[in-house]
Design a protein around this ligand. Sequence first.
Ligand SMILES: *Cc1c(COP(=O)(O)O)cnc(C)c1O
Length: 404
Amino acid sequence: MKLPVYMDNHATTRMDPRVFDAMKPYFTEIFGNSASRNHSFGWEAEEATEKSRKQIAELIGATPKEIVFTSGATESNNLALKGIAEMYAERGNHIITQVIEHKAVLDTCKRLEKEGVRVTYLPVRQDGLIDLDQLRDAITDKTILISIMYANNEIGVVQPVKEIAKIAKEKGVLFHSDAVQAIGKIPVNVAGDGIDVMSLTAHKLYGPKGVGALYVRRRNPRVQITAQMDGGGHERGMRSGTLNVPGIVGLGAACEIARQEMPEESKRLQFLRDKLKNRLTSELDEVYINGSMEHRLPHNLNISFAYVEGESLLMGINDIAVSSGSACTSATLEPSYVLKALGAGDDLAHSSIRFGIGRFNTEEEVDYVANKVIDVVKKLRELSPLYEMAKEGVDLSKVVWAAH
Ligand SMILES: *Cc1c(COP(=O)(O)O)cnc(C)c1O
């Protein structure tokens, strides 16, 4: 086994070598511009991008013409929200989303608010799911769009997408879903699920970084989107710019592999995830799983370790690549807004770890991670007076602390 162990597959995934092989010829041999209509270089490039469109469509139950290529899900989310807000401005100016969306949705909404769009941010329950009655109540005759992610990138919680789509349809409101984390991990089908617009990205799916797509429904209803970039009118006028042919080939190949291997792969990942979960929860006390275990991606585990300091924990397991609920990148060391939205206190949010198990993780690695985390948490707790006191039955909430 090689160290460090990569177990941060919600942040990005290693490219599958088969995807890389599919991409290779499109850098130096088949290098044409897919918009060149007058020669075989262009035709070959176009053939490759159309094949990819088909592969993506097949994975998500769409038709190839409904796929718009982008630079990734951040762009797809921007294009969906801004493009719909602009196109449907005459019909209404209200968007409904939720507090635990990815920043690519939340920050886009903030921008739209500055431009006069009204945004409702639905709270989530302690299990991380939205309340469908609250969603229904939030809809007004000015509502044009509901944007709720398929599965969350921190806690892996899967939202009731079909029910959301049903409510949206009843009220004549469009439904966009950021499905980045769900695609290739659980069955996602825009027809069966009733999704109108959907964002995806290759690099969370063992494909290359910097390429993604937006699914835009063409029938029932036909969704229209105002382009956010002006140029050559590529992608049926919705997204100008010469297509990233090798990247698009990679996205298509990644989708094809996912379609064929997802049923077995997800079972394997869930087995590994459950093994990790069972060991951590049985060999340690005072650990808390964040978010619903029932409505959850098979490869996600997000867990808080009480009475240990998040920083020390991460330092102790520094040969394991994972994410924590502490956003250490910010100067203020803000705890995760997702965990806070579930009602977690700052301490438990700071001492949380997100494990994202992926295609290239082995059972040996999972065992190593379990051993290491258990060992480090136990050692840190031996040094923790708070843990001692809690074990002795002291009610810590009643302790009056002296000022430092
Ligand atoms: C990673 C991620 C994104 C951003 O995708 P990029 O392709 O990196 O721009 C958006 N939404 C979710 C849920 C993600 O996990």
